[in-house]
Design a protein around this ligand. Structure first.
Ligand code: ZN
Length: 389
């Protein structure tokens, strides 16, 4: 009688099991020589799945490792990001890498996500070469300013985009983006925009200016802030803006997520202060933790000192492994104090992760400990677009 076959140990797809085996080998290796063996095998396996668009298998392997092996999870996540950023291809003649140049911006009106005109592209190219990239690196810019919801979504889509832009980088040519293919952007008071570009460098050659001579990241960041930011100013009329030093795609996006939290607090305080004509020290901030099944995010409600109505709010999302045990409330308090707000109320109670049924805006904590809809006084609200959250 034919015996029932045993199911695979984890119930995972076969490809995902192979990733677990290779990431596990890498996690347990104690020498560079053994690392190199596992890394090579893991890179090949990851490239195959990225090229085949097997996003589910990649995520299944990540989820499994997240629950069972911290080190294995880190190794696989690292490898997935780095293979996606290089287009899931190994070349003998060049190293190709997808990069992001994030911009933090806020506006009472609307932050554009648009096509980058030829003159701006040419300017960006000059300043990336002068301040951020190593000599002799070839470069391709995508001719769009992307909002977060327009970025490539997922590892496979990122790898496909990196391969396409990387091909352009080998020819030192920019890539036109069809705006019609990009999803519509949700409008926020404060948000991030990304210029995306790929570079191609000879194997073993430096990629960035800080890998050469006496270059440093700090010098590059300062120069990029003044010169690179200036290139984009004409596109962002009516917006206040700060740049973040360009970096490999995933690291650049993470850095932007992190920098955008205090930035959006500053934007909210500046917005309220000018709209209401009230100094920041006449504003109060109410901070509370919002939970779904677990802690999801912190939200900050703003009022004036003499009134309990929530006028505006901002969400402070959790990043990476952050949870209730971290120092997030202290970071929020620091960001608020740096804006000149002295009256800060940290509420202990757990709020449910509520949104307005009508407009979908998050509900913010009020000084009375309630979840409130942020509303500007009517005469002030007329000056700004509706649904600006
Ligand atoms: Zn609403």
């Amino acid at each position: 009688m034919k015996r029932a076959r045993f199911g695979r140990r984890s119930g995972l797809p076969r490809e995902a099991e192979e990733l677990l085996r290779l990431a596990g080998g890498l996690a347990e290796s104690h020498s560079r020589a053994e690392d190199a063996f596992w890394e090579h095998k893991l890179a090949d396996a990851v490239d195959g799945l990225l090229q085949a668009g097997q996003e589910d298998s990649l995520n299944a392997a990540l989820d499994h490792l997240y629950a069972s092996s911290t080190q294995g999870y880190e190794e696989l996540a690292d490898m997935l990001e780095s293979r996606a950023e290089c287009g899931a291809q190994s070349r003998n003649d060049a190293n190709v890498l997808l990069l992001a140049a994030p911009l933090l911006a806020w506006s009472r009106f609307s932050i554009p996500s648009s096509t980058l005109p030829t003159t701006v592209l040419a300017n960006l190219r000059v300043h990336l070469r002068a301040h951020v990239l190593a000599d002799g690196v070839k470069l391709a810019l995508a001719n769009a300013l992307f909002s977060p919801d327009q970025l490539p979504q997922g590892y496979c889509e990122t790898a496909r985009f990196a391969a396409e832009l990387g091909e352009c980088a080998l020819r030192d040519q920019d890539l036109p983006i069809d705006q019609e293919t990009l999803p519509e952007t949700t409008r926020f008071l404060s948000d991030v925009r990304y210029a995306l570009f790929a570079i191609a460098a000879k194997p073993g050659a430096p990629l960035f200016s800080w890998q050469e001579g006496d270059g440093t990241r700090d010098v590059a960041a300062a120069q990029w802030r003044s010169q690179g930011g200036a290139c984009l100013t004409p596109l962002l009329a009516g917006c206040a803006m700060e740049t973040v030093l360009p970096d490999a795609f995933f690291a650049g996006c993470r850095e932007a997520d992190s920098a955008s939290r205090p930035y959006s607090v500053r934007a909210s305080v500046a917005f309220l202060s000018t709209t209401l004509d009230v100094a920041p020290d006449k504003l109060r901030a109410v901070v509370a933790a919002f939970h779904d099944r677990q802690l999801e995010e912190y939200r900050i409600g703003f009022t004036t000192l003499d009134n309990n109505s929530v006028l505006h709010g901002v969400v402070w999302p959790l990043l990476g492994a952050e949870d209730e045990n971290g120092d997030v409330p202290a970071q929020i308090e620091t960001a608020l104090r740096e804006c000149g707000i002295n009256e800060i109320l940290q509420l202990d109670q757990r709020f449910p992760l509520e949104y307005c049924d009508d407009c979908g805006a998050p509900m913010y904590p009020s000084p009375e400990g309630e979840a409130a809809h942020a509303e500007l006084p009517e005469d002030k609200a007329e000056q700004v677009p509706k649904h600006l959250h």
